[in-house]
Design a protein around this ligand. Sequence first.
Ligand code: NAI
Ligand code: MG
Length: 410
Amino acid sequence: MAKYTVVTMPGDGIGNQVLPQALRLLRAVGFDAEYLHADIGWECWCKQGNALPERTVELLAKHKLGLFGAITSKPKREAEAELNPDLKGKGYSYFSPIVTMRQRFNLDTCIRPCVSFPGNPLNFIRKRSDGGFDEPLVNVVVFRQNTEGLYVGVEWTNPPEQVRSALAAHPKFKPFVGTPGSDLAVSVRIITRRAARKICKAAFEWARKYSYKSVTICEKPNVLRETSGMMEEEAKAVAKEYPGIALWSTNIDAQTMWLTKNPEEYGVVVASNLFGDVISDAFAGLIGGLGFAASGNIGDEVAVFEPTHGSAPKYAELDPPIVNPIAMFLSAVMMLEHVGETEKAKRIRDAIAVVVKEGRVRTYDMMRLCGGPNAIRRGAASTIEMTDAVLAKVETSEDVACAVSGRGSA
Ligand code: NAI
Ligand code: MG
C-alpha cells in the first residue's frame, strides 16, 4: 500500500492540462502515493446542480490531502442558464466549489508564496536614476484568512425584512433606508477573533521557522474599524510572543502601491480573505504572474494545494497545450513540504530553478508572447516540453544541486 493517498481534482479547462504533468514530477522523485481522481467544477454544476460532488467531499474527508487544478465559475445568470433543464427551478444555486471546500473543511489558512526565480524574464525590475535597472529578488509569503471576511457568502440582493430592519438600527444605514430592495445589494464582512488570531499566529510561526525578519498585517483599520481593526489588534497581540520579528501594519491600498517600490523589504504578509486574495495576486505579479503562483489551503485535518490561476478557458482546447505548468508544480512542491517530504520537494524546486535560470525552455508567458496556437510556432515551449525539461533536471538531481548552489552548471 502506498504511504500517501492524494485526491486529485483537475477540475476544468487548463486544470486538466497542468495537474497530470505535476504527477509526472511527483512520480519521478519517488513520492510514494496513490492518486484518486475526483470530479469538481463547472460540468458537475451543469449536470448535477452541485460543483462539489459529495463523492469528492467524502474522498477528501477520508484521505485529507488534495491536489487541485482549477475550476470555471460564472456569474449567477449564466450559471442558471447552463444548468441541466431537468434541474432548473428546483432550488439549485451555484456556489464556487473551491470556496465551499475551504469552508466545509475549515481550510482556514491559505499560504501563497511569491518568491522570484533568478533568471525569470518576468521578474520585477526597477529603473535607477542612472538609467540602469535593479532586479530586487522578492521573497514574500502571503497568509490569507481563507474562510471568513467578505467571502463568507452572507449576502443578499433585496435583503429580507428582518435584515433591513437590523441594518436600519445602525445610524450609517440612514442614506439607504429609502432604496428599494431590488436595488440594494449587501455582502457581510465577518471576522471572528479566533480566526484572526489563528491566521496571525500561523504567519508569525512561518516567519520564525523560515527566518523572516517581519510580518506585515495588511488591512484597512482606519476605515473598516471593526473588522480590519480586529485583525490588526490580534496581529499586535500575537506579535508580543515573537520578540525577534517586527510587526508592520499597512493599508491594503497603499500596500499595492508600495510593493512595486520596495518589494524586497517584505517578508510574511498576513491579511483577511479578500485583501489576502488581492495582495497575493499583486505580489505574484512581481515574480512571474499566474504561471508561477502556487497556494496551499490548510485546515487542521485536510489540506488542498492548487495554483492560484483559473481554468483559462481560451487555452483549454489547444493541442499541444501552451500554459505554464510551473504554478501547478510549485503547488505539488508545497504539498510535499506539508507532508514532510522536504528532500523531494527540494529536488523539484531546484529543477525548476535551473530550467528557469538556463532560459532555454520557456512557455509563452515567459516569452511575453500572446497566447494561442501561434505561440508554439514562435518558439514557446508547450506545457509538456516545460514538464520534460524540469523532469530531465529532476532525474539528474546531483547536477541540479551544483548548479543551484553555483558550483557548476547542469
Ligand atoms: P485565469 O487565471 O483562468 O486566466 C487569466 C489569464 O491568465 C489567462 O487567459 C492566461 O492569459 C493567463 N494564465 C492563467 N494561467 C496561466 C498559466 N498557467 N500559464 C500561463 N498563463 C496563464 O482567470 P480568468 O480568465 O479570470 O478566469 C477563467 C475562469 O477561471 C473563470 O471561470 C474564473 O471564475 C475561474 N477562476 C478559477 C480559479 C480557481 O480555480 N481557483 C481562480 C481564478 C479564476
Ligand atoms: Mg484570486
